[in-house]
Design a protein around this ligand. Structure first.
Ligand SMILES: Cc1cc2nc3c(=O)[nH]c(=O)nc-3n(C[C@H](O)[C@H](O)[C@H](O)COP(=O)(O)OP(=O)(O)OC[C@H]3O[C@@H](n4cnc5c(N)ncnc54)[C@H](O)[C@@H]3O)c2cc1C
Ligand SMILES: *[C@@H]1O[C@H](CO)[C@@H](O)[C@H](O)[C@H]1NC(C)=O
Ligand SMILES: *[C@@H]1O[C@H](CO)[C@@H](O)[C@H](O)[C@H]1NC(C)=O
Length: 337
């Protein structure tokens, strides 16, 4: 039997996690990660990485969405609970979410059934942060910091014999004929060259500050969040629909700083490390699907895995596991879609 050749397009958290799960399933396959950007040049690198699926994250069915989230949680929690958890950038973290607006904002249908602790705050806790807070919850979840995870998983993959290539794939003819299947994890990727109109950039800006005294995360109204990580605290944020502006916006930065400092005043002493912008690849639903394209009489088997929006760190493992199942099906089932 000839060797199985698989190409994974994209080296963000979705591409690399997919490559890892493919290598676990198809030990002897020749797996190749092809991407134009890596590590600090990906959207994944900007994320705070809190495990908190929002209500705008959605697969094709409620059942599948839940499965992806649950499988993801188990993947991160298993990794956290190993001697490599720290190196991989995974940890457990707790914190508060407050709202002065609606009780539902502080609830999370997906998380409440999954995490070890999710409770309403007490009256006293409502006064922990300045502001007219009416509703609040305290919960324990996980955090995966891509600045640690991406290099860690890259090394794992290289050690396991996965090849890495730097290349921009602008059309199907760019892709070498030898591949039995191509897994498309390009995020926002070729959106502007191709035509998936459901894929929309949701612009986000964050400040990374040095504030090691912050040990819990805080969410307030209107996209205000403070999330401590391994070597910095991420302050956010904003969610600008259909904006592809990758430049740092001075006014967004000032607004984030003001909102975060008013939620947690001790941040006024924090030194700015960096300011970052990322475009979340939003799609409803997230696309994890089989696809067969005929180009010049040649059938190309593709499995798509993109469109994770603001929740790609959270849900990369579950959607990747599902993509690996689709790879198995597309390889064995011929053209049945
Ligand atoms: C400010 C901000 C905060 C966030 N916070 C969180 C959070 O707390 N929790 C959470 O779960 N998520 C968070 N996210 C969302 C998360 O970052 C994304 O969902 C996730 O990074 C998407 O991963 P990806 O691998 O699909 O995309 P990317 O990281 O963008 O990777 C795409 C890869 O494909 C490659 N590529 C694209 N097109 C081509 C092409 N034509 N040819 C070759 N290669 C190509 C790119 O070079 C890149 O390597 C946040 C996002 C932002 C912007
Ligand atoms: C963590 O790992 C230990 C053994 O290494 C195991 O006994 C324990 O059940 C694990 N805990 C979780 C939450 O997975
Ligand atoms: C991969 O997905 C992008 C959307 O991100 C799409 O534009 C592109 O055509 C896809 N590439 C392949 C090889 O299927």
């Amino acid at each position: 039997m000839s060797e199985l050749n698989i190409a994974v397009l994209g080296a963000g958290i979705v591409g690399l996690t997919t490559a890892f799960e493919l290598k676990t399933k198809f030990r002897n396959a020749n797996i190749n990660v092809i991407s134009d950007k890596f590590n600090e040049d990906t959207t994944s690198y900007v994320a705070a990485g809190l495990f908190r699926p929002g209500s705008s994250f959605s697969g094709p069915t409620e059942e599948l969405t839940r499965k992806w989230i649950k499988d993801s949680y188990n993947y991160w929690d298993d990794l956290r609970n190993t001697s490599e958890g720290n190196k991989a950038g995974v940890t457990q973290i707790s914190g508060y979410i407050f709202s002065s607006q609606y009780p539902n904002i502080v609830r999370n249908n997906y998380l409440e059934k999954l995490v070890p602790l999710y409770r309403k705050v007490t009256e006293e806790e409502l006064t922990l942060c300045p502001g007219e807070w009416k509703y609040g919850c305290f919960f324990t979840t996980l955090l995966t910091q891509s600045t640690e995870y991406l290099p860690w998983i890259t090394l794992k993959l290289q050690t396991a014999g996965v090849n890495f290539f730097t290349s921009t794939i602008d059309s199907f003819t760019d892709i070498n004929k030898k591949y039995d299947v191509i897994v498309n994890c390009t995020g926002l990727g070729a959106k502007f060259l191709c035509n998936d109109n459901k894929l929309v950039p949701m612009r986000g800006q964050v400040l990374k500050v040095d504030a090691p005294w912050i040990k819990t995360f805080f969410y307030g109204d209107y996209d205000t969040y403070i999330i401590p990580g391994f070597n910095c605290v991420t302050l956010g944020g904003c969610r600008q629909y259909d904006s592809y502006d990758l430049r740092i916006n001075k006014y967004d930065g000032l607004s984030i700083k003001e909102r975060c400092e008013s939620l947690v005043p001790s941040l006024k002493g924090a030194k700015l490390i960096s300011e970052k912008v990322g475009l979340r690849p939003h799609r409803d639903p997230v696309r994890v699907e089989k696809d067969i394209k005929t180009i010049n009489d040649r059938k190309i088997k593709i499995v798509h895995n993109y469109g994770h929006g603001g929740y790609g760190v959270t849900t990369a493992p579950g959607t990747s596991l599902y993509a690996v199942d689709l790879v198995t099906e597309i390889l064995s089932g011929g053209s049945k879609l």
